[in-house]
Design a protein around this ligand. Structure first.
Ligand SMILES: [Zn+2]
Length: 196
């Protein structure tokens, strides 16, 4: 049996600019079928019985296994599971997040995508960041320097009252560690942040 590898190929199956991105991911269906190629690069595999067969497809991207009748979606068990935000917006956020040299914050994401709420933008970034941590990444070793600082985080959602803005500023502890390499190079771990 020929196995068709459907997984997107690096340098080929990724849009090269924003215009191309808009063409590729013009609809929810286009986003779903792209995610399907990522998730099942050799074709659909039933998560319940592991049978490899084209599933029945029903509305809203639901897939039903021909063998055991298990129902699933391509987003089940991923960071997109049960989201009310359209996948087009998710993928646009991924594009934005990975193309900004200076990094992205929730307010910037909310503005650029026209998201209804700051919380939505914040939650999206949080899920992306959690997913971008490489499992089994090597730890820093040898000569490691660690320092800490505080970052003041104010609650932007706080209404401005007659007495002025309610002070609801939290301090976030930021810890940064670098491994000292010879000759002078640094290797950084992503900073760990703890809300105080
Ligand atoms: Zn099955």
């Amino acid at each position: 049996m020929d196995i068709h590898i459907l997984a997107p190929k690096a340098g080929e199956d990724y849009p090269t600019d924003w215009n191309e991105f808009l063409t590729w991911f013009a609809s929810e269906e286009a986003c779903l079928s792209y995610l399907e190629r990522l998730r099942w690069p050799a074709g659909f595999v039933c998560p319940a019985c592991s049978c490899i067969d084209q599933p029945y497809r029903s509305s809203r991207g639901r897939m039903v296994c021909r063998d055991c009748g298990h129902q699933c979606t391509v987003t089940a068990g991923t960071i997109f599971e049960k989201t009310r935000t359209p996948l087009r917006v998710w993928l646009a956020a991924a594009w934005y997040l990975t193309s900004q040299k200076q990094g992205v914050n929730a307010l910037g994401l909310q503005r650029v995508l026209g998201l209804g709420s700051y919380q939505t933008a914040w939650a999206m970034l949080h899920r992306f960041r959690a997913a971008m941590v490489r499992p089994g990444r090597e730890l820093l070793h040898g000569k490691v320097e660690v320092d800490e600082t505080y970052l003041a985080i104010s609650d932007r959602q706080n209404p401005v009252t007659a007495k002025g803005r309610k002070n609801n500023t939290a301090k976030t502890l930021i810890v940064i560690a670098v491994e000292m390499l010879e000759p002078k190079r640094l290797r950084e771990n992503p900073p760990a942040a703890h809300r105080r």
